[in-house]
Design a binder for this molecule. Structure first.
Ligand code: NDP
Length: 241
């Protein structure tokens, strides 16, 4: 019988979410993995793992997935709100649909995940919410205005919720990665911006791996419940900005 608590990970079908799922599974936790590409999560073949196709913007379906996982594995011990999209662009010509998608997934998706686990965590006086923001949630970069707006939002939401839940012994962690080698950049529609970004990554000799972020998430989670690592900022040594 597994006595480790249930971990919910959004955006678990690639990159940071996938690496985090593998690590928490290795550590013996049952998992609820959520993203739209079900096949990618199922192909990880992890034990004690429920995979469900979900758009994190869909509050009701998100709620059902958590209910189903809790009936199988018990209460959620932690949620990693990691699902996100980065659609880089200049505000003068970027499509408003791209702004909406980023606001929806990066902010509403995170708010949904938080509210769906918070009441029970507060009630039982324990639990951890880990939100994946970015260094782009602390400072601005060219072509990042709208994306930075959403990630500054993730920082603000997490810190605000931390203050609200502190006396209920619920931890709130913001993870702020620099550039990580994942599929994230693939969705940016401007070929010039993608090329400049790729060139910069090559110039500095490559960036960090999803596994590096998974280790940081594990570090924060694995502290005693009375210790809240509020924020981890983690980037390649050669990433100057
Ligand atoms: P990936 O593109 O590899 O992963 C993004 C994940 O989010 C995928 O699993 C994707 O799954 C999921 N996702 C996207 N939209 C939705 C949606 N509407 N509903 C549910 N899931 C969704 O990139 P990363 O691993 O890099 O990104 C993970 C997080 O890390 C993001 O929040 C990103 O902003 C952040 N980050 C990444 C950095 C980087 O350089 N890579 C740097 C700083 C922060 P699917 O498409 O199957 O739904």
């Amino acid at each position: 019988m597994n006595n480790k608590g249930l971990i919910v990970i959004t955006g678990a079908s690639s990159g940071i979410g996938e690496a985090t799922a593998k690590l928490f599974s290795e550590k013996g936790h049952p998992l609820l993995l959520l993203a739209r590409r079900l096949d990618r999560m199922e192909s990880l073949n992890l034990p004690n793992c429920l995979c469900r196709s979900l758009d994190v913007v869909d509050y009701e379906k998100f709620k059902e997935c958590i209910k189903e996982a809790e009936s199988k594995f018990g209460d959620v011990e932690a949620i990693v709100n990691n699902a996100g999209v980065m659609l880089l662009g200049d505000l003068t010509d970027q499509s408003p649909e791209e702004w909406k998608r980023m606001l929806d997934v990066n902010m509403l998706g995170v708010l949904n995940g938080m509210q769906l686990v918070l009441p029970k965590m507060k009630e039982r006086k324990g639990g951890t919410i880990i939100n994946v923001s970015s260094v782009a949630g602390r400072k601005n970069y060219e072509s990042h205005a709208a994306y930075c707006g959403t990630k500054f939002g993730v920082h603000a939401i997490t810190e605000g919720a931390r203050i609200e839940a502190a006396l209920n012994n619920v931890r709130m962690v913001t993870i702020a990665p620099g550039a990580v080698e994942t599929e994230l950049l693939d969705h940016t529609s401007s070929e010039d911006i993608v090329k400049d970004y790729q060139d910069w990554k090559e110039e500095i000799g490559g960036v960090i791996r999803s596994e590096d972020i998974a280790n940081a998430i594990w570090y924060a989670f694995n502290q005693p419940q009375g210790v809240n690592v509020r924020e981890i900022v983690i980037a390649a040594t050669k990433q100057a900005n």
